[in-house]
Design a protein around this ligand. Structure first.
Ligand SMILES: C[S@@+](CC[C@H](N)C(=O)[O-])C[C@H]1O[C@@H](n2cnc3c(N)ncnc32)[C@H](O)[C@@H]1O
Length: 279
């Protein structure tokens, strides 16, 4: 079964504040710090930036605070309302170009060659499953030629890396109830979750870095760099002691940022970030 936009929209429409809370967890903070570290290398003052799949707007707020003009977009009206509220609370609404519902598979009225930087972070490209080619063409279409796109997807090997720490016996015993290897790609580069599997919060596709590199190149981009997020902390969903200690948290974030450059860890994180130029 392919991409079901209504299912994703309904999931995020009913997810409410929990998305922001999830992003504010220690795990979410590390992901944010590594990702903003990467974005800051490509952002210039006054840039017009698309934040596609914005969720409740944590990157939109960061972009606005860093002198960008932001177009905030998501498939979920509820997440967009949250983004509107949080951007307003942060006092940066004057840096917002628009807040609009779009599916990344169809960016609608946005003209070609509009943005200096296009972001699609946190998984929208994983949720669109078999429509990923259409989605990336749309994201590329709205970027100015010669400008960067920064995307992140769910990491396939990073997810499987958690099987032992989570003692995933039932998952392994019933693996075909959860995992479909994408027949159009070489094993094991692309994995679709089996719709209805309780192992994933929504149907999605997981990717290796090998595939993402080929995918972006196939769509005419030049890949500049790829990094993981949450490598050494990937299994640490309970990090209360670390969160309670500013010194420990800072040390962990510093290490995550240093380690994300190590090629050996590229496929070992929760998310895989890719930076590519539109040629
Ligand atoms: C995990 S949240 C990430 C939010 C934010 N980008 C971040 O990283 O903090 C994923 C977001 O992608 C949105 N999304 C999922 N599929 C999408 C699609 N096809 N088009 C646009 N947004 C989508 C969801 O509604 C949700 O708000």
């Amino acid at each position: 079964m392919g991409y079901e936009p209504d299912r994703i929209r309904e999931y995020y429409n009913s997810y409410g504040d929990r998305e922001w809370d999830r992003l504010e967890s220690t795990h979410g903070i590390i992901q944010y710090k590594v990702t903003t570290h990467i974005i800051s290398k490509y952002l210039h003052e006054g840039d017009h930036v698309l934040d596609a799949g914005s969720g409740p707007g944590r990157y939109s707020i960061w972009l606005a605070r860093n002198d960008a003009k932001v177009y905030v977009s998501d498939i979920s009206d509820d997440q967009l309302q949250q983004a509107r509220d949080r951007i307003s609370e942060a006092g940066v609404m004057s840096s917002v170009l628009a807040i609009k519902r779009h599916d990344i598979c169809d960016l609608g009225e946005i003209p070609d060659d509009t943005f200096d930087l296009v972001l699609c972070l946190g998984g929208a490209l994983s949720y669109v499953r078999d429509r990923r080619h259409q989605a990336i063409d749309e994201l590329i279409r709205v970027a100015k030629p010669g400008s960067p796109l920064i995307i992140s997807v769910m990491s396939l090997l990073g997810t499987f890396h958690l099987l032992a720490p989570f003692d995933g016996a039932e998952f392994l015993e019933n693996i075909t109830d959860h995992v479909e290897w994408d027949p159009a790609t070489s094993f094991p580069d692309v994995m679709n979750s089996v719709p209805g599997s309780s192992e994933w919060h929504a149907p999605m596709t997981l990717y290796t870095s090998t595939y993402i590199q080929e995918f972006l190149e196939e769509h005419g981009c030049k890949v500049i760099e790829m990094v993981p997020t949450n490598t050494i902390s990937s299994a640490g969903f309970n990090m209360d002691k670390i969160k309670a200690s500013p010194k420990a948290l800072k040390a962990l974030i510093d290490l995550e940022i240093k380690f994300c450059k190590k090629s050996g860890l590229l496929d070992m994180g929760q998310h895989l970030i890719a930076v590519a130029w539109k040629m």
